[in-house]
Design a protein around this ligand. Structure first.
Ligand code: NAD
Ligand code: UFG
Length: 343
């Protein structure tokens, strides 16, 4: 089976995609600097997948690290066929404080990955983009042809990354790219052995709610209850991380079979409010999630959810797991690993 290189492989989405690829019969090599993940992910991947992970620790911006990945791919699996590029910094607030670090890591990283791919004659790339490229949407649900605009340096690295890759494709027909615009990935693998393990105070809703449920935080601050939504709280398109991971398998098959690029939303098409998510989580964890209404968070939009039809029409992929499953699986991970991968 073809071998796929995953950058950012021990991160939240990378680790779940690793398993989805193995389940689909692919060989996998992972590379990660561990700037935002734990080496212990590898033991968990081995326990779940029954195979020792082939992993290179290092920064994708380091040419020697990338060459080592491709050489390992050649020696172990007869060559890497495609790359899924997850490696990036992803905290919106931090990107406003440290924009140059975000440009350097996310754009410098993408450039270095493409250069390494070219050196080794590999031209199929899956790029982790984000619904953040749509900014404040004019129309809901959001289709892929909606206007693109961003409001922070993190978002800018995704938009510029997409633009750089589109220019690359225009100049050199060998390149084929799957631009995957993720909505809000949540949940965890059903084994409860891997999941999201944020460092410090979680920025995102479900990991924060999970820490309230386990008793690490007293209540959820609900950022704004005067939005133009049915209950006044922000509405998002939460997608189970295992559905998202399977979207990468579909994208890799599409690139291999069709030999052309594609841009797709990876979402469910269903929006849920902050209060709805907190209630669903409370039910899954069988406890109350205390809510405290707080001011709006700067930069947040009322509602953001995908039109996921294009992903189904092109790649035959659609999400199958609902909000209840997302909460149950997140809670299994959180309750059995209260301190994440650190034991
Ligand atoms: P994550 O932080 O858990 O994983 C990213 C991984 O990349 C980490 O393990 C980190 O150590 C690694 N990394 C970062 N810079 C690196 C570098 N220069 N060299 C090598 N490794 C490096 O994040 P995630 O949630 O798994 O996100 C994966 C991708 O999906 C990112 O590109 C992110 O921007 C994108 N994305 C995430 C979300 C989300 O809400 N989680 C939404 C949209 C898009
Ligand atoms: N929220 C709270 N309290 C919290 C955290 C979040 O009320 O403690 C609310 C937010 O105001 C928002 C909703 O929960 O209404 C979801 O917030 P998240 O931070 O979980 O997700 P966002 O949609 O704001 O952002 C996420 C990623 C971005 C990415 C974007 C793409 O964090 O990186 O999705 O849609 F760009």
């Amino acid at each position: 089976m073809p071998c796929i290189l995953l950058t950012g492989a021990t991160g939240y989405i990378g680790s779940h995609t690793w398993l989805a690829l193995q389940d689909a019969g692919f060989d996998v090599i992972g590379v990660d600097s561990l700037v935002n993940s734990s080496i212990r992910v590898l033991d968990r991947l081995e326990t779940i997948g029954g195979r020792q992970p082939v992993f290179v620790q290092g920064d994708v911006r380091d040419q020697a690290v990338m060459d080592r990945c491709f050489e390992l791919g050649q020696a172990r699996f007869g060559g890497i066929k495609a790359v899924v590029h997850f490696a990036a910094l992803k905290a919106v607030g931090e990107s406003v404080e440290r924009p140059l670090d975000y440009f350097e890591n996310n754009l410098g990283g993408l450039l270095a990955v493409c250069q390494a791919m070219k050196r080794h004659g590999v031209f199929n790339l899956v790029f982790s983009s984000s619904a953040t490229v749509y900014g404040k949407p004019e129309r809901l649900p959001i289709t892929e042809d909606a206007p693109l605009r961003v409001t922070n340096p993190y978002g800018q690295t995704k938009l510029l990354g997409e633009e750089m890759l589109r220019e690359l494709e225009r100049c050199d027909a060998r390149w084929h790219v799957a631009y995957l615009r993720y909505f809000n990935p949540v949940g965890a693998h059903h084994s409860g052995l891997i999941g999201e393990d944020p460092r410090g105070v979680p920025n995102n809703l479900m990991p924060y709610v999970a820490q309230v449920a386990i008793g690490k935080r007293q209540h959820l601050n609900v950022f704004g209850n005067d939005y133009n939504t049915p209950d006044g709280t922000g509405v998002r398109d939460y997608i189970h991380v295992c559905d998202l991971a399977e979207g990468h398998v579909a994208a890799l098959r599409y690139l291999a079979d069709k030999g052309q690029s594609l841009t797709v939303n990876l979402g469910t098409g269903q929006g849920y409010s902050v209060v709805e998510l907190a209630q669903a989580y409370g039910k899954a964890a069988d406890r109350e999630i205390p809510l405290v209404f707080a001011p709006r968070r700067p930069g947040d939009v009322d509602a953001c959810y995908a039109d996921p039809r294009h992903a189904f029409e092109t790649m035959g992929w659609k999400a199958s797991r609902g909000l209840e499953q997302m909460c149950i699986d997140s809670w299994r991970w959180q309750s059995t690993n209260p301190n994440g991968f650190e034991g």
